[in-house]
Design a protein around this ligand. Structure first.
Ligand SMILES: C[S@@+](CC[C@H](N)C(=O)[O-])C[C@H]1O[C@@H](n2cnc3c(N)ncnc32)[C@H](O)[C@@H]1O
Ligand SMILES: [Zn+2]
Length: 400
């Protein structure tokens, strides 16, 4: 991927104009019942069309498109305009809220047209294109799998996967959740359930998802609570998701490499500035404090931490997750159409197969360099975006 494409993809992961949200810490225990007890409850007996939440009384409640009522009589989940409304976050997004609302009104008639008319240039392909879910080739997920898409955005991935799987699209911003619901209705995706909730406040029953997707979200966890370190917030999120994985389930993460060659070539980081991911964190914070183009509304200080491959591995281990595989997404994690396993042979094969004969010495020199650097260690340190597949680490499964 060249630098320009890299910058465009990073741009699609940027937020603008929203308000900063500070919410209480997530509840880590499951109210009345301990997590161990929860594991003994459904979903084994449940239908895949239901997602299981915890009622305020502590009992599990199956929730469907129409919502869900607990045996205690309380409505654990209300459905409005096709969305299960639980605990929304504040607004934030690539476009200002009034523009988003105009897009929503237009989407009530035709969501594709609304994108074409109102969405910024970099979202035109990002939202409707099924290639956003092209990574499903590396997911060993059967047709009836239950998938949770955390921070589902405008539903590009969730809507595509719902053609074959049971998908829960969990999205914090109300306008975005409503947009996904409009897609769901217009595309008649019966197996897609849309939930509007902050991932930290939704109380899913543990162990119910075969696959959980976290695409372009982990790096933002640090801005959710400015009183705690970004790494602590990321660990909280990962541990929470690990608890929701069914036995043998997989967590899919698409995220930037902190030291990728795109960053060295000046791709815009989540701060809105180039090069900030490469700096030591305190220096990045200092730069951000003084820079004019720094995106401060939600990212006060430098809080959008990305890591090296080794850094991610350490983070995952601390969260009780075991890394099953790493791929480099050649066109960025938002366009996962060419995923190269982080293995010497696969990397060499990929570079070799792209090298075309040429008379121009510049092209030949570039190809020679690319081949010389087609090494596992080089791609691990400086390759483009990462795509990780993780499972719950065995020794960690019973420690909740
Ligand atoms: C960069 S976008 C990625 C969207 C989507 N995963 C995709 O790849 O198209 C991050 C999304 O996460 C959502 N999000 C951020 N914080 C959240 C939270 N605490 N709970 C739920 N969703 C959240 C944002 O509203 C946004 O839609
Ligand atoms: Zn109840």
């Amino acid at each position: 991927m060249n630098g320009v494409a890299g910058a465009a993809i990073q741009g699609a992961c940027a937020f603008q104009g929203g308000m900063s949200i500070a919410l209480p810490h997530p509840e880590t225990s499951a109210g009345g019942a301990s997590l161990r007890e929860w594991r003994a409850l459904p979903p084994e007996g449940g239908r895949p069309s239901e997602v299981w939440l915890r009622c305020v009384c502590g009992r599990p409640v199956g929730v469907r498109h129409a919502g869900g009522r607990c045996v205690c009589g309380s409505r654990a989940a209300e459905a409005r305009q096709g969305v299960i409304e639980l605990a929304p976050t504040g607004y934030w997004g690539e476009m200002p809220q009034p523009q988003m609302q105009r897009m929503l009104e237009a989407a009530a008639l035709d969501w594709r047209r609304a994108i074409a008319e109102y969405a910024p240039e970099e979202l035109q392909d990002y939202v409707p294109h099924p290639h956003r879910a092209a990574f499903q080739d590396i997911l060993p997920a059967g047709p009836q799998s239950r998938i949770l898409d955390v921070g589902a955005g405008l539903g590009a991935i969730a809507a595509t996967l719902a053609e074959r799987h049971w998908v829960v699209a969990l999205e914090g911003v109300r306008e975005r959740a409503l947009f996904i619901a409009l897609r769901q209705q217009q595309q008649r995706l019966e197996r897609l359930l849309v939930i509007n909730a902050d991932v930290r406040r939704v109380d899913f029953l543990p162990g119910q998802f075969d696959v959980i997707l976290l695409n372009g979200v982990l790096e933002w966890a640090g801005v959710w609570d400015h009183q705690r370190s970004p790494t602590a917030m990321q660990l909280d999120l990962l541990r929470r998701l690990r608890g929701w994985l069914a036995p043998g389930g997989l967590l899919y993460i698409g995220i930037e490499n902190r030291f990728s060659w795109h960053e060295f070539r000046g791709a815009v980081d989540h701060s809105g500035l180039p090069y900030t991911s490469l700096l030591p964190r305190p220096v990045a914070r200092l730069v951000c404090r003084h820079a004019q183009h720094y995106r401060a509304a939600v990212n006060t200080g430098y809080r959008t931490y990305t890591y090296s491959h080794r850094g991610y591995q350490r983070l995952f281990e601390r969260a009780g997750l075991a890394l099953r595989s790493t791929h480099i997404s050649i066109h960025g994690y938002n366009q996962p159409v060419e995923l190269v396993p982080l293995l010497a042979e696969a990397i060499y094969f990929q570079v070799r197969s792209r090298a075309l004969p040429s008379d121009q010495w510049r092209v030949r020199l570039r190809q020679y360099l690319k081949l010389a650097l087609a090494r596992e260690w080089f791609w691990r340190w400086f390759g483009g975006d990462f795509v990780f597949l993780l499972g719950a680490a065995v020794e960690e499964r019973n420690d909740a």
